[in-house]
Design a protein around this ligand. Structure first.
Ligand SMILES: [Zn+2]
Ligand SMILES: [Zn+2]
Length: 421
């Protein structure tokens, strides 16, 4: 199923807006401010990045730093040592992992031999090892191998991408290394914020930038790249570029700013800015029920100015605008399921706006928002973990140690103290 099919069948866009979106998908408009991106294959400018910037997202290195905390301190092991598997100790070159293995053997040997201080240069090391020691040595080896395995399968070819590719817009939070309210698989967000994704295509101010290892992610027939970190760019009428919140964390803020400022030769700002609006008006995309189709904006709010729609950077959030330019109730688009669910049912989102789906089993029967867990669960799934106190009727969590069960009746802590003692 292509991007066009999915949007046509499941996003409940008005006919006119659907035509607009399809026209943009088939004939993307080249924005001169983004020329450097537009002229690239797939509208993606791909830049090499210094890998050290990536350390905070490097799972294997995180694991390594936890396991070898003492050794890292003692031998001054750096990320570069780790990456290249090389270390110099007292003018001798070692393979880092072999070295750590050896160090561990010596530590174990010393422990079992009351610290007689066996040194690393002892050539009879292996002969001293007993089967007890072997157990510990193997345990260590397994941990090390676990890390080496992740490290070796990892693609170290990291890139910084600035893109106007609509697949990247559409999958900006789906099957990625982080999640947000734009995740199409998400069943946590009551108002299905991903409903606004098609409106991103007709926003000529917009680009996306992200760090990727160049591996692919797919959603049906839509293909994008694995994003480890990402943000949106928006052109402003002050000839700057607004950088929205960086997911999953703001640690790389400066890095993003430097790259964007260098590539586009424009100043950037993160977050709100008074008296600033987007450079270009946005083609509004409407849902069938005459509600503006849009996403939550981290650094702007959509607003009609003289009948044209713009980002206003002095505010942020979700813009609840209907065709009469009035505010509407969020219940108008309330849906707590995933896009996959709509696809499986062959329904569009507004056909499902009054139906809530169990987060555990996808059932549509007897689903209620459960206070204790703050999730939508059907009666069956709810009963697995929750019940009501037989005396006061309050909801109780069954795994709570203070809940008392007698026969089939449950008693909350308060009532059990009061009536059962
Ligand atoms: Zn259920
Ligand atoms: Zn009670």
């Amino acid at each position: 199923m292509t991007l066009q099919n999915i949007i046509s069948n499941h996003f409940s866009l008005s006919q006119e807006s659907l035509n607009d979106v399809i026209r943009y998908i088939n004939n993307p408009i080249n924005i001169s401010d983004y020329n450097i991106i537009e002229e690239q294959p797939n509208r993606r400018l791909i830049l090499d990045i210094n890998e050290d910037i990536f350390i905070p997202y490097c799972e294997d290195y995180k694991l390594f730093s936890q396991l070898f905390k003492e050794e890292i301190e003692k031998y001054n092991i750096t990320y570069n040592n780790y990456k290249t598997n090389k270390i110099k100790i007292e003018k001798n070159d070692f393979k880092l992992f072999k070295f750590l293995e050896k160090i561990n053997k010596i530590n174990i040997l010393n422990k079992y031999n009351n610290n007689i201080n066996i040194s690393i240069s002892n050539s009879k090391l292996e002969q001293l090892i007993t089967s007890d020691m072997m157990l510990e040595i193997n345990e260590f080896k397994n941990k090390l191998n676990q890390i080496i395995k992740i490290k070796s399968t990892k693609n170290n070819n990291l890139k910084f991408v600035i893109s106007r590719n609509y697949n990247d817009f559409f999958l900006s939070a789906t099957n990625q290394k982080f999640t947000s309210c734009l995740d199409l698989n998400s069943i946590n967000f009551e108002n299905a914020n991903w409903i606004g994704l098609p409106s991103l295509f007709t926003d000529n101010n917009r680009a996306i930038c992200y760090i990727t290892d160049n591996t692919k992610v797919n959603y049906y027939d839509i293909e994008s790249l694995k994003m480890y970190s990402r943000s949106w760019l928006l052109l402003t009428d002050t000839n700057e570029i607004n950088i929205a919140n960086i997911y999953p964390s703001s640690t790389l803020e400066n890095y993003y700013q430097v790259i964007i400022e260098t590539i586009f030769n424009k100043k950037t700002f993160i977050g709100n800015k008074q008296n600033t609006k987007s450079k270009y008006p946005i083609k509004p995309i409407w849902l069938e029920n005459n509600i503006l189709c849009n996403i939550y904006q981290d650094s702007s709010k959509l607003e009609f100015i003289n009948n044209d729609l713009y980002h206003n950077f002095s505010e942020k959030g979700f813009s609840k605008i209907n065709k009469n330019n009035e505010e509407y109730d969020l219940e108008e688009i309330q849906f707590n399921g995933s896009l996959n669910y709509l696809i499986s049912k062959n329904k569009s989102i507004l056909e499902y706006k009054d139906i809530v789906i169990c987060k555990e089993c996808n059932s549509e029967e007897n689903v209620l928002k459960r206070e204790l867990s703050d999730t939508y669960l059907c009666e069956n799934c709810y009963k697995k973990d929750f019940d009501y106190c037989s005396v006061c009727g309050n909801e109780i969590l069954l795994i709570d140690a203070k809940v008392i069960q007698i026969d089939d009746e449950y008693y909350c802590e308060k009532c059990s103290k009061k009536y059962l003692s």
